[in-house]
Design a protein around this ligand. Structure first.
Ligand SMILES: Cc1ncc(COP(=O)(O)O)c(C=O)c1O
Length: 395
C-alpha cells in the first residue's frame, strides 16, 4: 500500500473545474495585480479570524517580513522567538537586520515556553532594552500559550507578531484583561497574525501566497504601504518596502477553498483520533511512541472548538531515523520537522549561537516524526501506517 505524506490530488480533482474557471476569469478581467479578488479574500479571512483587517501578501515568509518592516524592526534589535520552527521565522528577522533571541520550547506542545520568555524579558530590562518584538509560532497547527504571551507583551509593552503559518483556524482559550475567557483564533491575538497559503497548508493555494491579519486598522494601512514598496501615494516612498503583493489568481483559488476549510480541519482531527485508537490497540502509546497531545484538550468547552488543526501530526520516537527509513521503504511518507534547531543553523555560525543550548528543542529535533494526516487519508492507510510502525519496534 502507498501512503503519501500529503496527497493534493483529491482536492484538485474536486475543485478543478471551479478553479480553472476562476483562473480564466482573472485572465479575462485583465486585473492582474491586487484588485477585487484580493480584497474579497482579505475580507473573508478577516471575518473567519474575527479581526477587522487583513492584508494579502506573496507568502507566509513575506507576511512575517512585512510585519517586521512595518514595525521598523532593524539593526541592533532582538526578536524573541522559538528555536524549533521552520527557517522562515528566523530568516525574516535576520533579513531586516535584527537578530533572534531564542527561548526554549514547552515539552508537550513544542511551542515557545512562556516561563523561558519571562526570564529573557526580565534580563533584557537590565540594560538598554533590545527586544522589540515577540514572535511566537503556532507549531504544527496548535496555538502557543497566547494568554501568557500576551500578558508578558503587555507587561513589557512589546508588540507580538504571531507566526500562524501552520495554524489558520486553530483556537486557544484566551484570558481577556477583565478575566473572562474567550476562544480565539490563531493570528487574532497579537498585533499581527501571519498565514502561509503554501500548498501543503490546511488552506493551500496553487503556488505561493500569504496574509497578515491585524486588529489595528492603522497597522493594516502601514502593511499595505510596505507591501507595495512603501509607496503612498504612488511614486512617493515614505519607507522602503517591497513587492509583497498577493496574486489575484491565488486569491481566487483560496476563496473557492475557504468554505471547505472547517470540514478539512475536522477530517484531520478525526484522523488524529483514529491514530490514537490504533496506537493504543497496538500497545505503543507512551512507550515507544509519544503521541501529540493537545495543550487545550482539558479546557472548559474544548470539544466545541477546533483548537488543533493538525497541519502536521508529529509523534516522538526512539531510533527516529531508522524508523523513518523503514516507513519510507514501505511506501509510507513521513518527514522530520525539523532536524536542525535554528540556533544550530550554519548561517548563524558567525553570530555566536552555536554554543547555546535549548535541550527541549534539541531533543525534539532528534525524535520527532510527522506522519500522514491529510483529510482524505483512509482508515486502511492509517492501519497500515500503525501496523508498520509496530512491526519496526517488534523486530
Ligand atoms: C512556521 C512557518 N513560518 C513561516 C513559513 C513560511 O511560509 P511560506 O512558505 O508561505 O513562505 C512556514 C511555511 O512552511 C512555516 O511553517
Amino acid at each position: 500500500m502507498n501512503v503519501p505524506l500529503l496527497d493534493l490530488q483529491p482536492q484538485m480533482t474536486r475543485f478543478r473545474e471551479e478553479i480553472l474557471q476562476a483562473v480564466t476569469d482573472v485572465i479575462d478581467s485583465t486585473r492582474y495585480i491586487l484588485g477585487p479578488r484580493v480584497i474579497e479574500l482579505e475580507q473573508k479571512i478577516a471575518d473567519y479570524c474575527g479581526v477587522p483587517a487583513a492584508v494579502g501578501v506573496s507568502s507566509g515568509t513575506d507576511a512575517l517580513l512585512v510585519s517586521l518592516m512595518a514595525l521598523e524592526i532593524g539593526p541592533g534589535d532582538l526578536v524573541l522567538t522559538t528555536p524549533y520552527t521552520f527557517f522562515a521565522t528566523m530568516g525574516s528577522i535576520v533579513r531586516v537586520g535584527a537578530l533572534p533571541l531564542f527561548a526554549d520550547v514547552d515539552e508537550q506542545s513544542l511551542n515557545i515556553d512562556p516561563d523561558r520568555m519571562a526570564e529573557l524579558l526580565a534580563a533584557d530590562q537590565q540594560g538598554e532594552r533590545r527586544i522589540k518584538a515577540i514572535m511566537p509560532v503556532h507549531l504544527f497547527g496548535q496555538c502557543a500559550d497566547m494568554s501568557k504571551i500576551m500578558d508578558l507583551a503587555a507587561q513589557y509593552g512589546i508588540p507580538v507578531i504571531e507566526d500562524a503559518a501552520q495554524a489558520i483556524g486553530a483556537e486557544c482559550p484566551f484570558v481577556e484583561k477583565d478575566g473572562s475567557v474567550h476562544w480565539k483564533r490563531a493570528g487574532s491575538m497579537g498585533l499581527a497574525g501571519c498565514f502561509s497559503f503554501f500548498p501543503s497548508k490546511n488552506l493551500g493555494s496553487v503556488g505561493d501566497g500569504g496574509m497578515v491579519i491585524t486588529p489595528d486598522p492603522d497597522f493594516a494601512e502601514q502593511l499595505r504601504c510596505y507591501r507595495n514598496h512603501g509607496a503612498e501615494p504612488k511614486y512617493y516612498h515614505s519607507h522602503i518596502g517591497g513587492n509583497f503583493r498577493l496574486d489575484p489568481i491565488q486569491a481566487s483559488v483560496l476563496s473557492i477553498k475557504l468554505p471547505h476549510l472547517e470540514r478539512w480541519h475536522q477530517q484531520r482531527r478525526a484522523n488524529s483520533v483514529v491514530y490514537h485508537d490504533l496506537f493504543k490497540q497496538a500497545g505503543l502509546v507512551g512507550d515507544p511512541v509519544v503521541l501529540p497531545e493537545s495543550a487545550y484538550r482539558n479546557a472548559a468547552d474544548a470539544g466545541a472548538h477546533d483548537f488543533h488543526i493538525y497541519n502536521q501530526y508529529v509523534i516522538r520516537v526512539p531510533r527516529r531515523d531508522d524508523l523513518r527509513e523503514f516507513l519510507q521503504s514501505h511506501s509510507i511518507g513521513c518527514e522530520v520537522y525539523y532536524p536542525v534547531c535554528l540556533h544550530k543553523q550554519q548561517c548563524l555560525a558567525d553570530h555566536g549561537y552555536g554554543d547555546l543550548s535549548f535541550p527541549v528543542a534539541e531533543q525534539a529535533a532528534r525524535d520527532s516524526l510527522a506522519l500522514p494526516i491529510y483529510p482524505e487519508l483512509t482508515d486502511k492507510q492509517q492501519t497500515y501506517v500503525v501496523e508498520t510502525i509496530a512491526r519496526f519496534y517488534r523486530s
